[in-house]
Design a protein around this ligand. Structure first.
Ligand SMILES: Cc1ncc(COP(=O)(O)O)c(C=O)c1O
Length: 483
């Protein structure tokens, strides 16, 4: 259960929309579907209940860019629940929140300390704001079997080394729900009056308390962005941004939110943020216990098998809703995912050696069916052998790196498309990002190494879905030739 001061049983924005819908008003305003009256017949049934709520800034429905009524009330309730000075509803995902957060806190050429394994929206924000990033790279973690180990000491030492940095930009938790001692970093940054900006896209539910890790806002972070749509029952793209800071200019933040967000934000998304906050605020201890019991049952079914290793979780450190299956062979992993999907079980993401399942904040999984599916998988894959066991090679990663040139200098160079044979040593003019999780493997502005090339070709061979700008990643990439 979460603590709040305001009356959290209210759902002001949702109720305001509901009252308007009940009026069955005549629409002489946008959107063009006119409360769902004009819509392709084939989609009418599917969209019937939602279209009347897809309204716009008419009298009584407030305005996201200058909220004074129901939207303000809903945002105030959210700030109250999360313990923020102010909370904002976002309709462009955490992507828009990360962009606004960084653009408002940093100016061109500011040094900022940032985790190298950040989501691409953070990397885009660095580029757009023209800052000088100092990247801190996570190390290999035997516990998670990924490069996910955040060395707090390393980040704190980096803060001591760059005391004039204008922001520390962190991701907490990572996609797989693992956290670290963020408080020690926040405290160190605040000693130098450096604001800590947190991409908490996967942690909107952390205010529920144990067994979930603590929320970074409660530990002193200055600005926190959360994809409500990822872990709360909110609609895709709906997110929160919270600020609790004397170090970040709130007016600048509001300015950038206006620059980046649509002037016609979706009311169903905004209302779903109001409903998600209401849902979270009103979860009882017994509800949380039931959810956790259900997760334990799922974990119980998934352990003890030759199919995979179920990665353990630590209370208060790892999000129990994230269930990770580790598999030593990508050939085997692909086969398992294929079979799971054939049986109607769709995971959140797969890497070369892990499958991530995300449990929701409810009891909705058919445990008995899951057990049958697992048995079926065991039967089908029994005695199969796999050739491509992945060896965790000892890749040397530099713990702290800077880009070889500033973003503004990078813009002044011509961009050329080169084949992979010619790419080594060039500066990448496009990022290469396996998606999900959306963390660039090669960053725009980074010098391309042989290791980058080999890994990208392996990712392509393994059929990974990759975001990039060029036309044919298999053959080459856009670069700047620069020594
Ligand atoms: C860590 C992290 N940050 C930010 C984002 C972007 O969030 P959204 O999809 O809400 O824009 C994602 C999306 O996967 C993410 O994993």
């Amino acid at each position: 259960m979460v603590m709040a001061i305001l009356e959290q049983s209210k759902i002001p924005l949702f109720h305001t929309l509901q009252k308007h819908v009940e009026k069955k008003a005549q629409s002489f305003h946008v959107p063009g579907h006119k409360n769902g009256m004009i819509f392709p017949e084939i989609g009418k049934d599917a969209f019937r209940s939602i279209l009347p709520y897809d309204l716009t800034e008419i009298t009584g429905l407030d305005d996201l860019h200058h909220p004074e009524g129901a939207i303000k009330e809903a945002q105030d309730l959210t700030a109250d629940l999360y313990g923020a000075d102010k909370s904002y509803f976002l309709v462009g995902g955490s992507t828009v929140g990360n962009l606004a957060m960084i653009l408002s806190a940093c100016k061109e050429n500011d040094q900022v300390i940032v985790q190298r394994n950040s989501h691409k929206s953070i990397m885009h924000a660095l580029e757009l704001s023209g800052v000088q990033p100092i990247f801190v790279t996570p190390l290999y973690d035997d516990r998670t079997k990924r490069y996910s180990l955040i060395k707090e000491k390393e980040i704190i030492e980096t803060i001591f080394k760059y005391p004039n940095a204008k922001a520390v930009i962190l991701t907490y938790p990572n996609y797989f729900g693992n956290t670290y001692d963020i408080k020690s970093i926040i405290d160190a940054a605040h000693q130098y009056q450096i604001p800590v900006l947190v991409d908490e896209a996967h942690g909107a539910h952390f205010i529920l308390g144990k067994p979930f890790p603590p929320s970074s806002l409660s530990l002193g972070a200055d600005v926190v962005v959360q994809s409500a749509h990822k872990m709360l029952p909110a609609m895709t793209m709906s997110s929160y941004l919270h600020i609790k800071s004397k170090l970040v200019d709130i007016h600048k933040l509001e300015y950038y939110l206006q620059v980046l967000q649509s002037s016609s934000p979706s009311y169903p998304l905004l209302a779903s943020l109001d409903l998600a906050r209401y849902f979270l605020a009103n979860l009882m201890e017994s509800d949380i216990n039931n959810i956790c019991r259900n997760v334990s049952k799922v974990r119980e079914v998934l352990k003890e098998t030759e199919l995979w290793t179920l990665l353990p979780i630590e209370e208060n450190v790892d999000d129990p809703l994230k269930i990770t299956l580790h598999i030593e062979s990508s050939e085997k992993l692909n086969m398992i995912v294929h079979l799971l999907e054939q049986f109607g079980v769709y995971p959140e993401l797969t890497t070369t050696n892990q499958i991530l399942l995300i449990h929701g904040l409810g009891e909705y999984i058919d445990i008995a069916k899951l057990a049958i599916i697992k048995k079926e998988l065991e039967k089908q894959l029994k005695n199969k052998s796999w050739n491509d066991t992945i060896q965790e090679d000892d890749i040397y990663v530099q713990p702290i790196t800077e880009l070889p040139m500033s973003y503004s200098e990078l813009k002044t160079y011509d961009t050329k498309w080169v084949s992979w044979q010619e790419a080594e040593g060039c500066i990448a003019q496009e990022s290469v990002t396996p998606y999900p999780p959306g963390i660039p493997f090669l960053l725009k502005g980074e010098r391309i190494t042989e290791y980058h090339i080999q890994t990208i070709l392996t990712l392509i061979k393994n059929g990974r879905h990759i975001h990039y700008q060029g036309k044919d990643l298999q053959s080459g990439i856009h670069v700047t030739k620069w020594q």
